[in-house]
Write a protein that binds this ligand. Structure first.
Ligand SMILES: CC(=O)SCCNC(=O)CCNC(=O)[C@H](O)C(C)(C)COP(=O)(O)OP(=O)(O)OC[C@H]1O[C@@H](n2cnc3c(N)ncnc32)[C@H](O)[C@@H]1OP(=O)(O)O
Ligand SMILES: O=C([O-])CC(=O)C(=O)O
Length: 431
């Protein structure tokens, strides 16, 4: 073990900085170091995988200290400003931005697959009306695979490609139906003359007998949020997708599991939790300072939701973009309200407080998104479904990268056993 550790420290330049380079920038030394450590046979105790590189990946780059995020090398700021979600999905999955022809083909393939089998729609009847939409979505994605027996072999490339398109096309339809179910309205058929985001909005908010004109500002706002959520390297849900997929489970099964990992309030569920938190502060008369004190006193169950990040020790670049555009978006679509003021005050109070400064806690992607989702007309419970729609291409890209990587092995961490030593069984009468 000490040899391996020393080997790491003896890398050119040495010191902490070089260790960071090994992890974040230069793949090869990081991989070599990992192999070296593995060959020693020692088990590394790393709950939460804080220092474990579980995969090598060419999809997304993050420098958490500098607040940098790039998809396939493109800065998130440029993609947010110039690109759109369908193009970003293509970029993440296939590695390059599409040509006009590739984009047209990709879009038209997705449009051809938005319909659901009529039998699948009946699954929704089995859920209670007030069911949380995340388990509904995960179950529906899992059920989707039963309609496509051809999707079971993860090494059948044409069928992986078909599963990719089916998921991109049908998950928005399923998500919209989960919403319709919750409000007791009938399901609409997709309108494939519309773009992906516009179609989703119509399926969600449209009514059968009435025309529904998609508000271009609403569609643009949602498209931007989807871009910002599209990938984030080995976060909890993506790691889950990769872990499940490492057993050679198919794309549908792996993504269904990823949706459930995203559900938790420490991950994607934080976007709903932030709104609950802001409403709680508002109901308390807007007393931001006393809420921050409760957080600092580590009152059980009280965290500043939408703050902190495992990798970013600086402002999350996605939160920066959302904060910059929140006023503009809310100005256009309506909903610039007291809660945005409370959120800004909360951020200001936290960022000037030693507790947060010392721990390098900044707003993350979930801090401002809920305010926009709310203004777009979505209920709080539904926010994490929107995160899942944005993250879908990232999950697919990672699953495909994982299944094609010759270095992939079944994910199987070890443990440090802390239980009883060997002991003899006693019959119940002697215990
Ligand atoms: C899309 C996403 O998933 S982004 C993250 C969304 N999640 C949230 O917003 C939930 C709130 N944030 C958190 O719970 C955490 O910051 C996480 C889960 C995101 C990251 O957790 P970790 O990397 O494990 O950090 P960890 O929990 O060890 O925190 C380090 C220190 O900061 C504190 N801390 C971290 N986040 C917060 C927070 N949001 N509020 C208050 N204190 C916090 C911890 O209490 C700990 O303090 P200590 O050293 O005195 O014990
Ligand atoms: O990277 C993470 O741990 C969480 C996150 O921000 C994301 O999944 O978008």
């Amino acid at each position: 073990m000490s040899d391996a550790t020393t080997a790491a420290l003896r890398l050119p330049g040495g010191g902490e900085h070089e260790l960071k380079v090994v992890q974040a920038v230069e793949g090869a030394p990081g991989i070599e170091l990992g192999k070296l450590l593995a060959s020693t046979g020692y088990i590394t105790y790393d709950p939460g995988f804080v220092n474990t590189g579980a995969a090598s990946s060419a999809i997304t780059y993050i420098d958490g200290d500098a607040g940098i995020l790039r998809y396939r090398g493109y800065p998130i700021e440029q993609l947010a400003q110039h690109s759109n979600f369908i193009e970003v999905s293509y970029l993440l999955i296939y590695g390059e931005l599409p040509t006009t022809e590739q984009l047209e083909q990709f879009t038209s393939k997705i449009n051809r697959h938005t319909l659901l089998h009529e039998d699948l729609k009946r699954f929704f009847d089995g859920f209670p009306r007030d069911a949380h939409p995340m388990p509904v979505l995960s179950s529906a994605v899992s059920a989707l695979s039963t309609f496509y027996q051809d999707s079971l072999n993860p090494f059948d490339e044409p069928n992986v490609e078909l599963s990719t398109i089916r998921l991109l096309a049908k998950v928005p339809t399923l998500a919209a139906y989960a919403y319709k179910k919750s409000i007791g309205q009938p399901f609409l058929y997709p309108d494939n003359s519309l773009g992906l985001v516009e179609n989703f909005l119509r399926l969600t908010f449209g009514l059968p007998a009435e025309p529904y004109d998609v508000d271009p500002d609403v569609a643009k706002a949602l498209d931007l949020l989807f871009i910002l959520h599209a990938d984030h390297e080995q976060n909890c849900s993506t790691s889950t997708v990769r872990l499940v997929g490492s057993s050679e489970a198919n794309l549908f099964a792996s993504i269904s599991a990823g949706i459930m990992a995203l559900f938790g309030p420490l991950h994607g569920g934080a976007n709903s939790a932030v709104l609950d938190m802001l409403e709680g502060i508002q109901a308390d008369g807007g007393d931001v300072a006393s809420f921050v004190n409760r957080v600092k006193n580590k009152e059980k169950g009280v965290r500043l939701m939408g703050f902190g990040h495992r990798v970013y020790k600086n402002y999350d670049p996605r939160a920066k973009i959302i904060k910059q555009t929140a006023d503009e978006i809310l100005g256009k679509i309506g909903g610039g309200d007291q809660l945005l003021d409370i959120a800004k005050k909360l951020e200001e109070t936290a960022l000037s407080d030693d507790y947060f400064v010392e721990r390098k806690l900044y707003p993350n992607v979930d801090f401002y998104t809920g305010l926009i989702y709310r203004a777009l007309g979505f209920p709080t419970q539904y926010f994490t479904v929107l995160f899942a729609l944005g993250r879908l291409p990232g999950w697919i890209a990672h699953w495909r990268e994982m299944i094609n990587d010759p270095a992939t092995k079944i994910g199987r961490p070890r443990q440090i056993y802390t239980g009883e030593k060997e002991r003899d069984y006693k019959p119940v009468s002697e215990r």
